[in-house]
Design a protein around this ligand. Structure first.
Ligand code: MG
Length: 284
C-alpha cells in the first residue's frame, strides 16, 4: 500500500527531504489527501462558560429584552420579561424571531410552572419550540405526567417520542440543545430531503437525527409544502406560563474545511530510497 509521504516525512523527521504532490494517498470522501496539511483548518470558536453562548452564536435572549422577537404580524410581543427570563402570557399568542434560520444549532432553556395547579397531560406546562415556524419539539412538564408518548417533552410533536424522559421536576430549569436541518425541496415542490432533528434534553440524547414526516400538528400528519430556506424560530403560547432564558443559535453551513474538492488525478507512488523504505516495515 502506498505510504503517505507526509507521514513518512513526519516519522523520519526529514520533511524537507520530500516533495509531496502526486505521491500521497487520497481520502476518497473529502478529495483531500489523508493528513493533508494544506486542508483548511477548522475555524476557532471560543466556548462560553457553562451554557453561555459561544463566540460565533447569535444571542436571541440575554435576559434583558425581547428585541430579537416579534409577534406573528410584526408587533411587540406581550410576553413578560423579568429576572433574566421571559414568560409566556396566556392569550398573547406565539412569538417569532425577527431573523430567519434554516440549518442551525439552538440552545434554549425553559421551565414549566413550579405549581402545576391541578393540570395534567398536555395542559401542564405546555409550550413548544418550532423550527421554521412549522417543526415543533415539544416543551411540556413531563415529570410524573402521563400523556401520549409523542407529546412529551423531547418529542418531535406527533411524530417521534423522545428516546428517554429526561425532564427535571416542574419549576426547575431544563435545557435543550438541538441541531436542526431544514428540508430541501425540488423545483417542483417535491421533497428532496426531509427535515432532520437531533436533540439533547438536559444533556441527554432524546432525538437522534430523525427525519420529519412534514410539519408537526395535533392529530394530523401534514405533508411538506415548499417554503423559504430561512424562517423564524417560533415559541408557542399554549396557555401555560412557561419560562425561557439563555437562548442562542448558530446558523449552520458547511464550513470550507469540510467541503469536498474535485479529486485531482494523482500518482500513487512514494519516492523513498531503499534504506528509508527498510525503516517502514509493517502497517501504517
Ligand atoms: Mg406544544
Amino acid at each position: 500500500m502506498p505510504l503517505n509521504p507526509r507521514i513518512a516525512a513526519a516519522l523520519l523527521g526529514t520533511a524537507a527531504a520530500f516533495t509531496l504532490p502526486n505521491t500521497a494517498v487520497a481520502d476518497t470522501n473529502s478529495g483531500y489527501l489523508i493528513h493533508d496539511m494544506d486542508r483548511e483548518q477548522a475555524p476557532v470558536v471560543t466556548p462560553g462558560k457553562e451554557f453561555e453562548a459561544p463566540s460565533d452564536a447569535i444571542v436571541l435572549f440575554d435576559g434583558t429584552d425581547l428585541s430579537a422577537w416579534r409577534t406573528e404580524d410584526g408587533g411587540t410581543p406581550k410576553w413578560k420579561v423579568e429576572n433574566g427570563y421571559f414568560e409566556a402570557v396566556s392569550g398573547s399568542d406565539d412569538i417569532f424571531t425577527k431573523e430567519g434560520f434554516g440549518d442551525c444549532q439552538l440552545h434554549i432553556e425553559w421551565a414549566s410552572p413550579a405549581d402545576p395547579a391541578g393540570k395534567d397531560g398536555q395542559n401542564r406546562g405546555n409550550s413548544g419550540v418550532f423550527f421554521m415556524e412549522k417543526y415543533e419539539i415539544q416543551v411540556l412538564d413531563s415529570h410524573n405526567n402521563r400523556t401520549y408518548a409523542d407529546g412529551h417533552a423531547g418529542s418531535v410533536y406527533a411524530q417521534y417520542p423522545p428516546q428517554v424522559n429526561a425532564t427535571r421536576p416542574p419549576g426547575e430549569w431544563q435545557r435543550y440543545d438541538i441541531i436542526f436541518h431544514r428540508p430541501r425541496f425540488n423545483e417542483d415542490g417535491t421533497v428532496k430531503q426531509p427535515a432532520r432533528m437531533t436533540a439533547l434534553l438536559n444533556g441527554i440524547l432524546v432525538q437522534d437525527g430523525v427525519a420529519l414526516t412534514g410539519p408537526t400538528s395535533w392529530l394530523m400528519q401534514k405533508p411538506y409544502e415548499k417554503h423559504p430556506d430561512k424562517m423564524s424560530i417560533k415559541l408557542q403560547d399554549h396557555d401555560s406560563p412557561v419560562r425561557f432564558r439563555n437562548i442562542w443559535i448558530r446558523p449552520l453551513s458547511q464550513p470550507e474545511h469540510l467541503k469536498p474538492i474535485p479529486m485531482k488525478k494523482r500518482e500513487h507512488k512514494v519516492a523513498l530510497s531503499p534504506a528509508q523504505l527498510d525503516r517502514f516495515v509493517g502497517s501504517y
